[in-house]
Design a protein around this ligand. Structure first.
Ligand code: AMP
Ligand code: MN
Ligand code: MN
Length: 320
């Protein structure tokens, strides 16, 4: 993977001020890349601020530097560069992109979603990358920034989570090359896996049992889904668990769906196996994502969203 020259330019002059701007409900790919690049720039004398519309979820508080990440409602300072990572659509900043455009000399957009809207002054979109973490690692190296254990841990975790612990179809030889170099630089795979998956409370296992009892499978076995009414289990628990992976793990299932009600909205996660393209289903409802992992948000009740989304999934499966 080579880094385009125009992506290097904003970081090559004298150290300046950078804003690392996250997307809604930040995950490890966005946080790990913003922190990884930002900490590298800081080591070269840059002043860096980190933030976005929502806070760091508890399960990712272990990422080195996560305590620096702020919830932002408005952008008042000036920056030389604003960097967005893993963010295909400027709407996913809840309006902060407008402030970033006004307050920063250059907006840099680094992402691996194929449906990226290219909203930056500089846009680097690499759909073959399993995670934005792979891209930012290459960028950090090209810029000659140090890969400290803290930076390596952030980038390794970004790749670890977006590949489902190196299990999904997006994994390539490049993924392992980069993971290997990050491990040599001080990322600890077992510590990362333990922080992500072995910090459950006793209550979490009880909630998991209650949630799994709600998994439904279609008669033909190709579709499985899980619908969670608002408040059925705590939000932090849902954020910490990739619950959609349980219906996806059934052998016959081609498409798995998690629907969870939140206020007047229903957040939908779609996962597919093989060549079923769920990003096109999510796009029908104003969402997006990758071929095998996508999402959307619907206004209205849970039964209504279920009817609409499962109907669209069935239509896609029937058309094959
Ligand atoms: P999730 O199911 O939330 O883990 O998201 C899976 C993928 O779909 C990620 O790559 C997200 O960027 C994308 N995605 C999720 N929700 C939305 C949405 N409302 N609009 C656009 N993309 C989304
Ligand atoms: Mn993300
Ligand atoms: Mn990602």
């Amino acid at each position: 993977m080579s880094v385009p020259a125009d992506v290097l330019v904003p970081f090559e002059g004298a150290p300046g001020r950078a804003l690392m701007l996250g997307h809604v409900h930040p995950d490890a790919d966005v946080l790990g890349t913003l922190l990884g690049l930002g900490l590298g720039l800081e080591a070269r004398g840059w002043r860096v601020a980190y933030g976005g519309p929502h806070p760091v979820p508890g399960v990712l508080a272990f990422l080195p530097g996560a305590d620096r990440y702020r919830v932002l409602t408005a952008l008042e300072d000036r920056w030389d560069v604003a960097v967005l990572t893993d963010c295909p659509n400027p709407d996913r900043t809840e309006g902060l992109i407008d402030g970033a455009r006004a307050a920063a000399g250059v907006v840099v957009n680094i992402d691996h979603h194929p449906d990226n809207r290219r909203y930056g002054h500089v846009n680097w979109v690499e759909p073959s990358a399993a995670a934005t973490g792979e891209m930012v690692y290459r960028l950090v190296c090209r810029l000659g920034l140090p890969v400290t254990p803290a930076i390596a841990t952030n980038l390794f975790t970004a790749i670890h989570t977006d590949t489902g612990s190196f299990r999904y179809s997006n994994v390539t030889p490049e993924t392992f090359r980069i993971a290997s170099e990050l491990t040599a630089a001080g990322a600890d795979p077992s510590a990362v896996a333990s922080a992500l998956y072995e910090r459950r409370s006793p209550d979490s296992l009880r909630w998991l049992g209650e949630v799994l009892a709600r998994v439904r499978v279609s008669e033909d076995g190709r579709l499985a889904w899980l619908s969670l009414p608002a408040g059925f289990v705590p939000e932090g628990f849902v954020e910490a668990e990739e619950l959609v992976n349980y219906p996806r793990s059934i052998d016959s299932v081609r498409v798995a769906c998690l629907l969870r009600a939140r206020g007047s909205q229903v957040k939908v996660s779609l996962r597919a196996k093989g060549d079923v393209d769920v990003s096109r289903i999510a796009a029908q409802f104003g969402g997006g994502g990758h071929v095998n992992a996508a999402g959307c948000t619907l206004e209205g009740s849970l039964p209504d969203a279920e009817r609409q989304v499962l109907g669209a999934v069935r239509a896609t499966l029937d058309a094959r």
